[in-house]
Each structure stands twice: as structure tokens, then as C-alpha cells.
Ligand binder design. Structure first.
Ligand code: FAD
Length: 387
């Protein structure tokens, strides 16, 4: 990494640390209790241009490589924030950037970079298809210069806080395509218009504060110009964006792991039981030390994934491994933090229970661990596909 980039990282960590100090634990506790969107925090990141860091300069962003996005998200989580409310604003635009036409890029990217347009809803998962994405049933039928969309998505996060949404829908029935990965298309939906015209968003209450929703499409009519790239080739556009998503989510997990490790060691030094700090007991020290080692190891794979991504490497193996290992490292650190705090881990005011709930998500989303292991087995080990 160049010295210039290292200097940028030092500045970014400093900036993010100051922002996180402005939004202390009480802020996050209240948002969690009310399940309300941390708008003030997101506005602050937007104002500082941090969410536009990956958008090229010609569209008003800062044109930074993904490793800078990694450092921003890692630092947010390490310093006690949560980027889940806005991380998608950073990377969902990649679908438009890489596969949109010039008109679409000119129309949307400057607004996204300025934060005037929020593109942070990403509708892929459906209740019946689950991880089997090619089995989705939301369908878009071409009708002159429009498409008519019918179907349902689930777990579409931040839909209520987005102006635009990336939607994956079938445009050719599964039994009419040679490969089941064909016949899927990507659309950029103007949600403000769509909500007047056949799209309904229902919030879903979950164990964490994640502003997630289910969305119904009932004869939603959208302009044909909403199509991104070529009709029927949408799955590969979505997959190309998923590597960036996995790398950036892995960064959040590393940040969480560091938060838990710091919190655990601070408490282990201070808490005195049987006349000595609990951290003097190896039964308390060793799990924290192991979590530290596993976090460093996961971070090394994350760095490699980011380097490969920046070099234009298309393989998802390292992006997937980074997400899997980092989510496991943060979960191990979270569980250790719980155990280190004893009963106080359960008290809201210690923030451990909230962070514990929050970090668990990333062993499931945006792709679950089993699916990553299947991918590695098939792609890297040449083992037969198991499903
Ligand atoms: C809070 C939250 C936010 C989310 N945000 C978004 C979003 O913004 N946009 C979006 O599109 N999606 C989103 N998701 C969906 C998320 O990506 C999926 O939940 C995830 O991919 C797993 O899919 P599933 O829940 O349908 O599980 P399923 O596919 O039903 O799988 C259930 C379990 O079975 C396992 N399994 C399934 N098939 C196999 C197999 N062949 N071999 C081995 N194990 C298998 C899985 O690993 C998993 O553990 C979100 C989910 C949550 C919970």
C-alpha cells in the first residue's frame, strides 16, 4: 500500500473516531430500544462524504479503492457505531456504475454521491426461494416501453430510507432458459414513484435494529429504461456486486471483533473477584487472546480479498472467505465478551448484549456460512455440487 493511502487511512480513522464520539452508546441504545433509524449518524457520514468514497470523482465521489471503504466501515464498528443503516449506500451503486448505461450513470450517480439520492435498498431475497436465488418468482413482463412487475421480496433492508432500489426479477420463465442463471434481470426502481403505483413496503421487526422490510409488487409499472444492462443477464451483475458487499461486511465484522476484544480486556483488567482482576485467570485471558488471534487472521484474509478485488480479480473465493472468517471471529469475540462480563453482559447499559445480537446477523446474511463452504468446496476443491 502506498504511503499516500496509508496517510488517508490514518485520517479516515481519526475522522470516524470523532464521529463515533459524537454518537455515543446512549444514542445507539435509544435507537435500538425504539427500533428507529439512526438518521443523524447517517447524515453526518453523508455530510463528510464517507459514503461516497467509492464513487469515481467524475460523478462527485472521491474515487477511492475498496480498501478505503474497508477502513471506514471497520472503524465505524470498532469505535462503537453501526454502519448497517447505510453501508449499502456505499456499494449498491456499483451495479449502476459497472453495468448501467451513460445516461443512467449521469442521471443517478452524482445525486447518490451528494447524498441527495439514497440507493441503499437491494431486493434479491424472496420468502420461497431463500438462498436459491435462481428460483425467485418476482416477474417483470415487458409491455411496450414499460415493464409490469409482480411478486414479493423479503428482508429488503432500508427500503423505507431509500429513494432507489436495485431489484432482481425474472424476465424469462425458468423452464424457457438453457441455464437457470439466465433470464433474470436487474432494474433500478424509483421507489418514490413505485409506492404510488403498486409497490407496498411493510417493516419487519427483528432482534436487531436493521430497518428491514418485506415488499410486495402488484402490477407495478416501471419505465423500460429502468433496466440495467442487458435483459436476462442480471444475475451476473448482481454477483459481481456481491464480492464488494462481502468484503465490506467482513470489514464491519473485524471492527465489531475489535470492539468486543477491547471491551473484554478492559473489563477483565478492572473487575476484581476473589481479590484479583478476573483477567489474571487464564480461563478469562485465553479466550480473549484466541479471539484476538482469530481476528488478526481473518483480517489478513480480508486484506487479501480487497487486494484481489482492486486488481480486478473476479473470483469470489477470497471475498466469501473474508466474510465467513470475519463473521466467525466477531461472533467468537462477542461470546467471549459475554462470558467475560458475567451477569453484567446482560445489562443494556454495558452494550454487550446489543452488539452480541447485532454481530450474529453476518453469519447468515448477506450469504450464510454453509453456502460459502459449498462455494469453496465446488470452486476450489472441485468437489461435486451438493445442491
Ligand atoms: C436482517 C436481515 C437483513 C437482510 N437484508 C437483505 C437485503 O437487504 N436484501 C436481500 O436481498 N436480502 C437480505 N437479507 C436476506 C439474507 O441474504 C438471507 O437471509 C440469507 O441469504 C439466507 O437466506 P434465507 O434466510 O432464505 O435462508 P435459507 O436459504 O432458507 O437457508 C436456511 C439455512 O439452511 C442452509 N442451507 C440452505 N440450503 C443449503 C444447502 N444446499 N446446503 C447447506 N445448507 C443449506 C443455509 O445455510 C441456512 O443456514 C437479509 C436478512 C436478514 C436476516
Amino acid at each position: 500500500m502506498s504511503e499516500d493511502l496509508q496517510e488517508v487511512i490514518v485520517q479516515i480513522r481519526d475522522t470516524v473516531k470523532k464521529v463515533c464520539e459524537e454518537f455515543p452508546a446512549e444514542y445507539w441504545r435509544a435507537k435500538d430500544r425504539e427500533r428507529s433509524y439512526p438518521k443523524e449518524f447517517v447524515d453526518k457520514l453523508t455530510e463528510l462524504g464517507l459514503l461516497a468514497s467509492l464513487i469515481p470523482e467524475e460523478y462527485g465521489g472521491s474515487g477511492m479503492p475498496i480498501s478505503i471503504g474497508v477502513e471506514i466501515l471497520k472503524a465505524i464498528h470498532e469505535f462503537g457505531g453501526n454502519a448497517g443503516a447505510c453501508h449499502a449506500q456505499m456499494y449498491t451503486m456499483g451495479t449502476v456504475l459497472r453495468h448501467g448505461n451513460d445516461e443512467q450513470k449521469q442521471q443517478y450517480l452524482p445525486g447518490i454521491a451528494a447524498g441527495d439520492l439514497r440507493l441503499q435498498a437491494f431486493g434479491v431475497t424472496e420468502p420461497t426461494a431463500g438462498s436459491d436465488t435462481t428460483n425467485i418468482s418476482t416477474f417483470a413482463v415487458r409491455d411496450g416501453d414499460r415493464y409490469i412487475v409482480n411478486g414479493q421480496k423479503v428482508w429488503t433492508s432500508r427500503a423505507e430510507q431509500s429513494d432507489l432500489m436495485i431489484l432482481l426479477a425474472r424476465t424469462t420463465p425458468k423452464d424457457e432458459v438453457k441455464k437457470r442463471t439466465d433470464g433474470l434481470s436487474v432494474f433500478l426502481i424509483d421507489m418514490r414513484e413505485a409506492q404510488k403505483n403498486g409497490m407496498t413496503i411493510n417493516p419487519l421487526r427483528t432482534m436487531i435494529n436493521h430497518s428491514t422490510t418485506e415488499i410486495f409488487f402488484d402490477n407495478l409499472s416501471i419505465p423500460a429504461s429502468s433496466l440495467i444492462g442487458e435483459e436476462g443477464k442480471g444475475l451476473r451483475y448482481i454477483l459481481s456486486g456481491m464480492n464488494a458487499e462481502r468484503i465490506l461486511i467482513a470489514a464491519e465484522c473485524i471492527g465489531d471483533a475489535r470492539w468486543f476484544i477491547q471491551k473484554s480486556s478492559d473489563y477483565a483488567r478492572e473487575r476484581v473477584v476473589f481479590g484479583r482482576p478476573i483477567g489474571q485467570n487464564q480461563g478469562i485471558q485465553f479466550p480473549i487472546a484466541r479471539a484476538f488471534a482469530n481476528t488478526e487472521a481473518a483480517e489478513a484474509i480480508l486484506d487479501k480479498a480487497a487486494r484481489l478485488y482492486e486488481a480486478g480479480e473476479t473470483s469470489g473465493t477470497y471475498a466469501n472467505m473474508a466474510k465467513m472468517l470475519a463473521s466467525e471471529a466477531s461472533w467468537e469475540a462477542a461470546d467471549t465478551c459475554m462470558q467475560t462480563h458475567g451477569g453484567f453482559a446482560m445489562a443494556e447499559e454495558y452494550d454487550v448484549e446489543r452488539k452480541f445480537r447485532e454481530c450474529r446477523l453476518y453469519r447468515i446474511a448477506p450469504i450464510s456460512t454453509n453456502l460459502i463452504l459449498s462455494y469453496i468446496a465446488e470452486r476450489e476443491l472441485e468437489l461435486p455440487r451438493s445442491y
